[in-house]
Design a protein around this ligand. Structure first.
Ligand code: GTR
Length: 401
């Protein structure tokens, strides 16, 4: 527990941040946020070693216990990859590989497809964007003949990036009536259905797990050797991308597109979707323990800026949309600001300023990228351009083509 003195000084600091920092709306609620650099026992974290050895594992564990749940399995012992087909795509701009990832567990077998495009215009791709697709599966299946802005593969490979995608429903169904019987739950959960522990993993964690299994395959692909991997997701897919990046340190850049509540948006300050609403509408997304926090989020031992902090010192990117009040752009941006002290431990900057920029003013100078896109809740070509600009800045060697 925090001592009263620490609590008082935290209130002071947070109040100062919320009321004095220019650009923060004065009507923003003056709430106390948990400090990513103060451990549960009240120890102030002042070094990378303390962060990595004590506080980071503590926060990961708190997110498991209280929010996303504990995975029933990490990398399964019995897992195999098959390349089903390889051919040219986009008029020879890229090679398309169709892979299949198969895992076996006590409840049977889970097998899901992964579609990968590798650009042919470079010796080595600049990076590889792995997208968790939470909309129509046609986005993946018809990426060439009926391309959607949600996954603009031609744009990505034209700029020298590899990109891969899988459909979330192939790993675990987005279905509150399923009772955790299908997909990865049916294969690996020891106690399916009603007997699940309060910290058993929810569906968001299952999709994050799927992204990590996709990375298991991607790192075996010779054309991607040494290539940095980004994990991206939109909305519920963005929540899953963040939880994947927080746990899986192979992820060099984690992209949250309009992830909102239980993604990048601070639970304590949101004026959009709340913990209570999300658990009522999507009771299968999180650990059952998370439901208990709906009535008083101020008692949660974590908030979402600490999820972003778990990505440090790796790159992070949070994007909002101007007409997406449900995801609350202010609460998303403020989480970036409040995660920054952890990046500073590594000598890195967060988004680089404390005032949320307006539309079309991307912040790409620090280790946490941010932009506001004019428009509604969506993942668009404009968003992707900003993600590639940010990746170019960090991954393209100076002076290189
Ligand atoms: C909404 C949900 C959000 C977000 C969104 C989406 O209905 O309230 O948290 O996840 O769905 O995934 O598009």
């Amino acid at each position: 527990m925090k001592s009263p003195a620490i609590t008082r000084s935290l209130i002071g600091i947070v109040t100062l941040c919320f009321c004095v920092v220019p650009g923060f709306a004065v009507d923003a609620p003056a709430v106390e946020l948990p400090d990513p650099l103060v451990s549960r026992s009240g120890v102030r974290i002042g070094s990378v070693a303390q962060w990595e050895q004590a506080r980071r594992p503590e926060l990961l564990e708190l997110f498991r216990q209280h929010v996303y749940g504990r995975n029933a399995v990490e990398r399964p012992g019995d897992m195999r990859f098959e390349v089903i087909s390889t051919r040219d795509a986009f008029d020879g701009l890229a090679v398309r590989r169709q892979a299949r990832i198969t895992c076996a567990g006590p409840g049977g077998t889970l097998s899901f497809p992964l579609t990968l495009y590798i650009p042919k215009n470079r010796v080595r791709p600049l990076g590889c964007f792995l997208l968790i697709v939470n909309r129509s599966i046609k986005i993946v299946l018809e990426a060439e003949e009926n391309p959607q802005p949600f996954w603009p593969v031609r744009d990505l490979v034209s700029r020298g990036y590899a990109t891969a995608a899988f459909h979330n429903g192939d790993v675990a169904p987005d279905d509150k009536t399923d009772g955790f019987k299908s997909g990865v739950f049916g294969v690996f959960d020891a106690t399916p259905g009603a007997g699940r522990p309060a910290d058993a993993w929810g569906t968001i964690a299952a999709w994050s797990w799927g992204a990590s299994r996709a990375i298991d395959y991607l790192v075996t692909e010779p054309a991607l050797r040494g290539v940095p991997i980004a994990v991206a997701g939109h909305s519920r897919g963005g929540k899953a991308a963040l939880w994947c990046g927080a746990q899986d340190e192979r992820v060099a850049l984690t992209i949250s597109n309009n992830s909102g509540c239980s993604g990048a948006a601070l639970a304590r300050t949101t004026r959009g979707e709340t913990v209570k609403k999300i658990n009522t509408n999507f009771p299968h997304w999180f650990a059952r323990a998370y439901h208990a926090h709906g009535d008083d989020v101020s008692r949660m031992p974590v908030d979402q800026h600490e999820l972003l902090a778990l990505l440090a010192p790796r790159l992070a990117y949070v994007a909002s949309a101007s007409r997406d009040a449900w995801a609350d752009p202010d609460a998303e941006f403020r989480a970036c600001v409040e995660a920054s002290p952890v990046y500073r431990l590594y000598g890195l900057d967060g988004p680089g300023r404390t005032e949320r920029p307006g539309a079309a003013q991307p912040l790409h100078g620090g280790a946490i990228g941010y932009h506001m896109r004019d428009g509604k809740h969506d993942l668009t070509v404009e968003d992707w351009r900003y993600y590639m600009d940010f990746a170019d800045r960090h991954w393209r060697a100076p002076g290189a083509p």
